[in-house]
Design a protein around this ligand. Structure first.
Ligand SMILES: Nc1ncnc2c1ncn2[C@@H]1O[C@H](COP(=O)(O)OP(=O)(O)OP(=O)(O)O)[C@@H](O)[C@H]1O
Length: 201
């Protein structure tokens, strides 16, 4: 799997960000509320206008139609959007194993989206993202609505998928213990820049 590369990326108050995300590695991103974490992910997903270069292997973001890029470099936002009536209609391929691992009954794919709790939406949006067989992942606080047990399960499952498929991953996280558990490297937004932090700090 190729690496995801950000060069001189500027968006909002962030200036000239450079970041290499090798395959199978999780780069955790933290920073104060409003510092630009979600916008940075949206720029990498080509949802928000930005300047600078973003590439995935030999593919350059500005030379590929946005929908094709996003299918490969998959953003899982903090608040997921749902378009169809039932859960299963959103999946690109059946995800029976993941549904079971996440503690849902098999019939969850037939559930109405309108009945889902925020934590259920969050877990199902991760499963949905992986059902599209992406090449890289952008995760915006993927366990924010989840209790401790479920957080542990989701982390384990995600890390196993990341290792298996060698996805390069940018993972926005606030929790220091979570960063220690999942990160290969940790960067914090300070003003307009990213500052690397020791993972054990
Ligand atoms: N489309 C936009 N145009 C202009 N400013 C925006 C836009 N979207 C967000 N902002 C502003 O940019 C800043 C960064 O927003 P962002 O959502 O990236 O923050 P964040 O670091 O993810 O915060 P949080 O931890 O609270 O989710 C905020 O001040 C926000 O109001």
């Amino acid at each position: 799997m190729p690496q995801l590369k950000l060069e001189t990326l500027s968006i909002g108050s962030l200036e000239k960000i450079a970041l290499d995300v090798p395959p199978g590695e999780v780069i955790c991103l933290s920073g104060p509320s409003g510092s630009g974490k979600s916008r940075l992910l949206r720029a990498v997903a080509d949802i928000e206008p930005h300047s600078g270069e973003i590439s995935f292997g030999d593919k350059e973001q500005n030379k590929i139609p946005g929908h094709q890029w996003r299918r490969q470099v998959m953003l899982v936002p903090a608040q997921s959007a749902w378009w169809y009536e039932t859960v299963g209609e959103h999946f690109h391929k059946p995800m029976e194993e993941a549904i079971k691992v996440f503690g849902f009954p098999a019939e969850a794919t037939g559930w109405q989206v309108s009945r889902l709790s925020s934590g259920e939406k969050q877990r199902l949006s991760l499963i949905r993202a992986l059902s599209y067989e992406p090449s890289a992942l952008l995760l915006d606080e993927p366990t924010a609505n989840l209790d401790t047990d479920t957080t542990n399960k989701v982390e384990k499952w995600l890390l196993a998928q990341i290792k298996k498929h060698q996805y390069p991953v940018i993972w926005v996280a606030h929790n220091r213990e979570q960063i220690q558990r999942v990160a290969s490297r940790h960067f914090e937004i300070q003003g307009s820049h990213l500052v690397e932090r020791e993972i054990s700090q």
